[in-house]
Ligand binder design. Sequence first.
Ligand code: ATP
Length: 546
Amino acid sequence: MNLFRLLLRTSALLLTLAILAGILSGGTAAGLIALINATLSQNQPSTTTLIWSFAALCLVRLIANLASQVLLIYLSEKAILDLRMLLSRRILASPLRQLEQIGAYRLLATLTEDIRTISNTVLITPFFCINTAIVIACLIYLGWLSRTVFVVGLCFLLVGILSYLLPMTKAMSLLKLAREQEDRLFNHFCAITQGTKELKLHRQRRQSFLKEDLRTTALSYRRHNIIGMSVFAAAASWGQILFFVAIGLLLFILPSLTKIHPTILSAYALTIIYMMSPLEHIMSTLPTVTRALVALKKVESLGLSLPANSNETTSVAAFPSEKFWQCLELVNVTHSYYQEREETNFILGPINLKFNPGELVFIVGGNGSGKSTLAKLISGLYIPETGEIYLDGKFIDNYNREWYRQQFSVVFSDFYLFERLLGLDSNDLDAQTQNYLAQLQLDHKVKVNNGVLSTTNLSQGQRKRLALLTTYLEDRPIYMFDEWASDQDPVFKDIFYTQLLPELKSRGKTVLVISHDDRYFHIADRIIKLEYGKVKYEKNPAFINI
Ligand SMILES: Nc1ncnc2c1ncn2[C@@H]1O[C@H](COP(=O)(O)OP(=O)(O)OP(=O)(O)O)[C@@H](O)[C@H]1O
């Protein structure tokens, strides 16, 4: 994808109109220069026709220039908005595993830095187009003035462009390296925001983080940027001097080689001087354009490029709401993680499990045995590498996975809490929420108004209760809680296991609970124990020696 295609996708009509207006603007600029040259070269006072032509060209240039700029500004702002929305949608449509592999810091760098870089370039595109149109129109005018001089000039121009492109390529590779360092910088920024407490509490850790990690990366980023931008500056200065060399050639060398009329020479000198400002502008925008190209490449390399990368159907309208289901089945399901540094694989499965409505199932096992991974597989967040998942005999594939995920309400151990109760449009949402707040003993802390919670700045245990509240409001057939009770005080832990879970079960919900609380295993209908990624046993708690 390049910048032009990005603009074309936004609105082909607007882009065409803007380019036409830009060409007209550039053409009239060249026309004005031609008129000025013609007037200067004639030895008699200007005719009325010339004066009126000059006034008309001024007017056309004013209107065309304005129209082109306004159209392109509108177009570029629309392109940025579309890009922001598209990229956010792409991220949300990408498989969870792919996003985990990319890493939050890289996504953050793309959503902030890459979009900012692309936006900056898109915003200068209007002026880039108009200046290019002016340069092209001036070149046409020069060609019309004298073919011989033009051909010599063109050869000179080609040599100039080639000598400019060479350092440009070098600069581009340096900017690419700088962009890689930017990803690492974002990783360090995440460490600063998420590890503030750990860094504050340990002076040596903080100093070594600042010196060895952050500073080293920031210095490397700076070095690549400085060299890259200096190469650009050198190329731009070289380009500028080439113009004067061209004028020098024209004035001092060419007349001695071939016969050229002085009026043509002065017209050439005037036009080249006029062209210098738009050309300088074009050259000054090249570093920004190059950065944007690097940013676009980065977006593509993350697998978040604009062509659809997810084969999943995002519509759920084609499927019935699954309030009454009979059987959820996992057949030989596997998932593996490749741990690059350890060069080892963690393999979960093959897993064969069945779940029924109204069942309370505990998933237990030691740390790292694969419980959370299984939860992600069951809820459709991970796609099984091998094996199949069936809901009432319906094979879950890309076509219906989005619908399948809508059957689950989950509180993960690393849950996220939204301040607004998004996507819940019940008429009495506030009343229902208030009711649950009281049930979860949060009504003295949190209020709700028009679906907005008064605060989420609470203790971890209280925040988990708010996450539980959200799942209550979602009212879906299958509930999953990943170590939900681990942050609760003994009193509320007891309420969770002995009141809330049985209540959900009595409402016909299937409840899958990942837990280490063996004191409460007896309330489950079934216990599934995982060990090293395999199901060790699946039993009624009455038959287990806890
Ligand atoms: N995002 C990941 N990338 C790579 N490996 C991972 C990832 N998440 C988990 N693993 C690996 O998979 C294994 C199982 O992890 P999982 O989180 O499923 O275990 P768990 O049983 O939920 O553990 P715990 O009780 O500590 O929460 C672990 O050994 C871990 O190293």
